[in-house]
Design a protein around this ligand. Sequence first.
Ligand code: AVJ
Length: 333
Amino acid sequence: MTAINKAALLASPIAPSQIAQERRNPGALDEVLRGLTARPRRLPPKLFYDAAGSRLFDEITDTPEYYPTRTERGILAEFAGGMVRQAGKNLTLIELGAGSASKTQLLIQALLRRQLRAEFYPVDVSSSALNGALASLNGHFPRLRVSPIVADYTHKLPELSSLGGRKLVLFLGSTIGNFEPEEAEAFLKNVRRSLSSGDALLIGFDLIKDADVLHAAYNDAAGVTAQFNKNMLARINRELGGTFDLDAFQHVAFWNKRKSRIEMHLESVYEQTAWIEDLGRGFHFEQGERIHTENSYKFNMSSLERLLRRAGFKLEKSWTDPKGWFCEALARV
Ligand code: AVJ
């Protein structure tokens, strides 16, 4: 058994220890404490994605305002064949931040038209999202072997060197936009180091566009994004014994043109103190004080090409939609 298969078994999404972990989460304690005592206050976006948060994100992708997912799906639907052909023969797929892997099916389909069998290693922090991926893929693709890996790939990438075939790492959905520019570069350097010459990366970038379109995508009329943002606090309540009143915080999202990013914050509606039992302390908020929960960086062709080059990749080919709203880039080690 290869190292990665062992890891996949150990990190099995149905391990009882992980069910217990959804109630009390010591791993998150340190980051929550550091973030809430920092000025300005912040919480890391990966805390969005527990079972409820992953479900809410899927709901966001169905809102009429949130264009990235359906735009990227359109690009994949049209060009998946060309993408896997460009990547090369005998591919093994690894997807970082796979979530429910719904867009990936388009690439898998295209891949299985070119090769008899394939292996797919979806990696995600959310075991419930991976469970969904596993269930939908296993029935659909008998020639695909799926080995899910529950891991925080932002801290440590799974060991890829023992995998056979030419590796194609997928990093879809513009998740790269959640990293600060220097973190994005360091992260992609890490990915590069775990690959061999000839391996490839297929990465999705959300592109800079009209400010109103960007703003609406993060302020949907149905309020799903607001709920998603507040799930961060709901999760602290559930997992760390917090007393955050979700009605006492307001969802704030806006386009920061100078920094080329959407910012999301939670703003205290009035002066208040929230307690976190597992930290044994309270946190005082002034009226209007914000917790910065997410940045979502947007790119243009030259900024994405530069990022890839600095990380040691060569942009080989890219695909976009008719409006030029989203870009799928194939980069080679
Ligand atoms: C999954 C990081 C790409 O930044 O657009 C959606 C997350 N945040 N709505 C994004 C998100 C608010 C999303 N990414």
